[in-house]
Design a protein around this ligand. Structure first.
Ligand SMILES: [Zn+2]
Length: 75
């Protein structure tokens, strides 16, 4: 039940949109437990989502948000 860092990133993005299956979430959790890089990624992702929900950023388009994420997570 091993997934790569790239797969973990894909699932964590899905999770954000509530599209990840139970099995995927489980695999993601398992991966995050073992991988410091990805648990950092998810923390950043959560911070970013919180940031987006603030009023100051509500004028950003979905495209601009995606662009910001890409920049932040290109490791
Ligand atoms: Zn990883």
């Amino acid at each position: 039940m091993k997934i790569t860092c790239q797969e973990a990133a894909i699932i964590s993005n899905k999770k954000e949109y509530r599209e990840a299956s139970f099995k995927e979430k489980l695999m993601l959790r398992f991966h995050l437990f073992r991988c410091a890089l990805c648990s950092g990624f998810v923390k950043k992702n959560a911070q970013l989502s919180a940031l987006f929900s603030r009023a100051s950023l509500r004028y950003l388009s979905e495209e601009e948000k995606d662009e910001m994420k890409k920049k932040m997570f290109s490791h």
